[in-house]
Design a protein around this ligand. Structure first.
Ligand SMILES: Nc1ncnc2c1ncn2[C@@H]1O[C@H](COP(=O)(O)OP(=O)(O)OP(=O)(O)O)[C@@H](O)[C@H]1O
Length: 255
C-alpha cells in the first residue's frame, strides 16, 4: 500500500462547540483505493469529523486537502464537485419521490442542469443520459426492479443502498459512508462488506466509513482510526487497533 498515493490529508482538525471540543487536533492521511474505518464510542466526534471533511461544519482550526487541494472552507456542493460525496447517519432521501427520481436529482450537481433547464427542459440527449445513468446506479445497488416505488416505502437497508446510489450519482472519487449498517437486519449486514468492496472496485474509489458494528469494520477496512472524546487515539490495521490497550479502555470505559 505504501506505493499508492495519499489522496486525503487531514491536518490538526479541531472543532469546538462552546466549551466542548468535539474534534481535537486530528491528523491522518488516507491512501488512494483504501477502505478507511472511523470508529469510537458514542459522542466521540466521528460524525463531526465527517461534517468537517464535507463542508457541513467549518473547522475551528485545521485543514483537509484532497489531492493537494484545500477543501476545508468550501461549501458542501463544492466539496462534492471536488470529488467527495457522502451518505448520512440519518437518511436524507426524498421520501415522497421514487427511487429513480432520487438518483436523477442527485445527478443535477454533475450535469449542471440548473433550475432553468429543469423548468424549460434539458437537452434531450442529456436527459436520456441522466435517465440511463440512474438506471445503471439502481441496478448496481440492486434496486432497479423497484425504481418506481417511493423511497419512503423502502426498508432501512434498501434506503441505505439508495443513498449510496445517490452519492455515486455525483461521480465521486472519495465516498464517505456514515453508519451504512445502521438499521440493517443481519442478512443485510452480511452482504454489506462485499457490496462496499464491489462499489469501491467498480468506481475506483477511496472509501471512508463510520461504523458502530465493530465486526463489520474489522472485516471491511484496510485501516481503522479510533476517536475518543474528539482525539485520535489509535490508527492502523484492524487487528493491531483492536488489540490496542487505549482502544480497549475507550470502549470498556465508555459504554
Ligand atoms: N452542532 C453541535 N452543537 C453542539 N454540540 C455538538 C454539535 N454536533 C455535535 N456536538 C457534540 O459533539 C460531540 C461529538 O458528536 P458526534 O455526533 O460527532 O459524535 P459521534 O462519534 O458521531 O457519535 P455517535 O456515534 O453517537 O453518532 C458530542 O458531544 C455532541 O453532542
Amino acid at each position: 500500500m505504501s506505493a499508492r498515493n495519499v489522496v486525503l490529508e487531514a491536518r490538526n482538525m479541531t472543532r469546538r462547540f462552546g466549551g466542548l471540543v468535539a474534534v481535537n487536533n486530528v491528523s491522518f492521511d488516507v491512501t488512494e483505493g483504501e477502505i478507511f474505518g472511523l470508529i469510537g464510542p458514542n459522542g466521540a466526534g466521528k460524525t463531526t469529523l465527517f461534517n468537517l471533511m464535507t463542508g457541513l461544519t467549518p473547522p475551528s482550526t485545521g485543514t483537509l486537502t484532497y489531492r493537494g487541494q484545500t477543501v476545508t472552507g468550501l461549501a458542501p456542493h463544492r466539496v462534492a464537485q471536488a470529488g467527495l460525496s457522502r451518505t448520512f447517519q440519518n437518511i436524507r432521501l426524498f421520501r415522497g419521490l421514487t427511487a429513480l427520481e432520487n438518483v436523477k436529482i442527485a445527478q443535477h450537481a454533475r450535469t449542471h442542469a440548473g433550475i432553468w433547464q429543469g423548468v424549460f427542459g434539458r437537452a434531450r440527449a442529456e436527459e436520456q443520459q441522466v435517465e440511463r445513468r440512474a438506471w445503471e446506479l439502481l441496478d448496481l445497488v440492486g434496486l432497479s426492479d423497484r425504481a418506481g416505488e417511493s423511497a419512503g416505502n423502502f426498508s432501512y437497508g434498501d434506503q441505505r443502498r439508495l443513498e449510496i446510489a445517490r452519492a455515486l450519482a455525483t461521480e465521486p472519487r472519495v465516498l464517505l459512508l456514515d453508519e451504512p449498517a445502521a438499521g440493517m437486519n443481519t442478512a443485510e449486514k452480511g452482504t454489506l462488506t462485499a457490496f462496499i468492496r464491489e462499489v469501491r472496485d467498480q468506481f475506483d474509489l477511496t472509501v471512508l466509513v463510520i461504523e458502530h458494528h465493530v465486526p463489520l469494520v474489522m472485516g471491511l477496512c484496510d485501516r481503522v482510526a479510533v476517536l475518543n472524546f474528539g482525539e485520535l487515539i489509535a490508527i492502523g490495521d484492524p487487528v493491531s487497533v483492536q488489540r490496542d490497550p487505549k482502544v480497549i479502555e475507550a470502549y470498556l470505559g465508555g459504554e
